[in-house]
Design a protein around this ligand. Structure first.
Ligand code: GLC
Length: 554
């Protein structure tokens, strides 16, 4: 029966166009009254997340950890830290997520463990311990100092001398986060088994922490100086990470990880590998893992962070999207990110009106967007007084603006409850002074809040085929207005984003050329217009518009 033999087209590749919502578990909802969020808290708030209209949650690490780097220092890959709950709480969360139609993505931190992980405790115990080679141990340099010039991403050398055995161990982050030796097969096997542990529990994929750092130079050569380094900037940028990041051998590991996921599905599996990769566009593309036959065997979604660093100008964003789209290997799924737990929040970077424009940009580009919790409320970075600083990065490099506490403050649920309903006790990080006006319940009661804009954009994405999976075609940037189209034929729609602080006007004739008959404003970032358009489209300062034919779907 010929009709039945043709392979189904991407039956379950939800991650191609789905929307991912990142939850920082310490800050989402505290259910056990200790001022820190937990898994039960997340479960209680899943209804909100599902109603927002996203497809998946990614939860930052909740594994047992001494919390030197708030969970990115894992002491056991296959359990839950008691501060966050238990495995039973996790299973309950999974069940609730499935019932609500939400996928669950975990954070895998394979580059390093905690220094309290039993593997490291054993490894450091003697030079001849069977686990010695699980980590990167080197003799001191001739002068007794570190073996080479490698720098920690958190400032200072990437080496710490362990007096017990007289050798240094490598750590790309804190000294409490020793780097695993990914050239050693047992290490790979152990981490892949941890992945299988969670896959068997039903998780839909992993976001892999600093995946591009996993392999370091076998000869431990010095990193070269960075000619573009500006004194006073992030001290880790003093050197170029030539021998510590993005080494060619890392690609085989990415592919191995993907194969572990594929054990639990098909090539177009519903399990997804997302890589945390801060690299220029061209180098980022390697992480899709295209083989000689053109098959993509790497991460389905190497995170595209380029909107985070890009100058907030129509021409710049236009160039960036074109460059990224053009660089994608055939069949690769694009993805976009505005912020995360490591970067200043979008509303602080571009202002309140800009944050609305950014929401429209993120949710109308092609591919998979990832939202950072609270950005849908327009939350801004909260200044944290020195005495309340939690982040080790800020503690090590104070006052440089590198600390990440400001973007990790508690989610704002209720305008009339203590601590916005996040916790009944003192929260681990303070709330911003504007918390009441930003709270979820307050914004749900306002017709034109940024939260309503997010909900409308997400609903439109879901109901409009063009937005959900249609092609992306540039129209260009004229002055401050970025213009592009989504989809083909009569369903084609146009997005206009005015990055400027002044009014702008776009000639409808020019747009007609791009899309024969564009008649309606489907959505404005200001959510106050719904008109048919005549000759020219007036745009207010920092206004974004989605123009479609006929009435808005959904
Ligand atoms: C990643 C995480 C960051 C963490 C670091 C070390 O960049 O996103 O929060 O501090 O890795 O694990």
């Amino acid at each position: 029966m010929p009709g039945l033999t043709s392979p189904a087209k991407s039956p379950d590749a939800w991650w191609r166009n789905g929307v991912i919502y990142q939850i920082y578990p310490r800050s989402f909802q505290d259910a056990n009254g200790d001022g820190i969020g937990d898994l039960t808290g997340i479960r209680q708030r899943l209804g909100y997340v599902a109603a927002l209209g996203v497809d998946a949650i990614w939860i930052s690490p909740f594994f047992p950890s001494p919390m030197a780097d708030f969970g990115y220092d894992v002491a056991d890959y296959c359990d839950v830290d008691p501060r966050f709950g238990s495995l039973a709480d996790f299973d309950a969360l999974m069940a609730e997520a499935k019932a609500l139609g939400l996928r669950v993505i975990l954070d895998l931190v394979p580059n390093h463990t905690s220094d309290r992980h039993p593997w490291f405790v054993q490894s450091r115990s003697s030079r001849t311990d069977p686990k010695r080679d699980w980590y990167l141990w080197r003799d001191p340099a001739a002068d007794g100092g570190p073996p080479n010039n490698w720098l920690s991403n958190f400032g200072g050398p990437a080496w710490t001398l362990d007096p017990l055995t007289g050798q240094y161990y490598a750590h790309m982050f804190l000294k409490e986060q020793p780097d695993l030796n990914w050239r050693y097969p047992d290490v790979r096997r152990a981490i892949y088994d941890a992945m299988r542990f969670w896959l068997r529990r039903g998780v839909d994929g992993f976001r892999v922490d600093v995946i591009y750092h996993l392999i370091k130079d076998q000869l431990f050569r010095n990193n070269p100086p960075n000619p573009a380094f500006i004194p006073g900037g992030d001290p880790a940028h003093r050197l170029l990470p030539e021998y510590t990041a993005d080494l060619p051998e890392v690609q085989s590991i990415v592919m191995e990880m993907r194969r572990v996921l594929d054990e639990f599905g098909s090539a177009e599996s519903s399990r997804v590998l997302i890589g945390e990769v801060y690299l220029p566009v061209q180098r980022l593309m390697n992480y899709y893992g295209m083989d000689a036959a053109g098959v993509l065997r790497g991460a389905q979604l190497p995170f595209n962070f380029h909107l985070i660093g890009a100058k907030w100008q129509a021409q710049v964003i236009d160039r960036l999207v074109r460059e990224y789209e053009a660089a994608l290997p055939p069949g690769a799924a694009p993805n976009w990110v505005l912020g995360n737990h490591d970067k200043p929040r979008i509303a602080s970077r571009v202002g309140a009106a800009g944050a609305r424009l950014a929401a429209m940009l993120l949710l109308t580009l092609r591919g998979t967007p990832t939202l950072y919790y609270g950005d849908e409320l327009g939350m801004t970075d909260v200044p944290i007084p020195m005495t309340e600083v939690q982040d080790p990065f800020e503690k090590r490099e104070p006052g440089r603006g590198l600390g990440r506490d400001p973007q990790r403050t508690p989610m704002l649920w209720h305008a009339d409850e203590q601590n916005a309903g996040f916790t009944a006790t003192r929260p681990w990080l303070r709330l911003g002074s504007d918390w009441q006006s930003l709270a979820v319940d307050r914004q749900l009661g306002e017709e034109r809040s940024i939260l309503q804009l997010y909900r409308r954009l997400l609903s439109l994405r879901r109901h409009s085929r063009s937005l959900h999976e249609g092609a992306w075609s540039p129209i260009g940037a004229r002055g401050n207005v970025l213009m592009y189209a989504r989809g083909d034929g009569p369903e084609r729609l146009v997005v206009l984003l005015n990055f400027g602080r002044e009014q702008a006007s776009v000639d409808l004739q020019a747009l007609r050329h791009a899309s024969q008959s564009l008649l309606h404003v489907w959505l404005s970032t200001l959510q106050d217009r719904d008109e048919q358009l005549a000759e020219a489209v007036p745009l207010r300062p920092e206004e974004g518009l989605i123009l479609g034919r006929g009435h808005r779907p959904g």
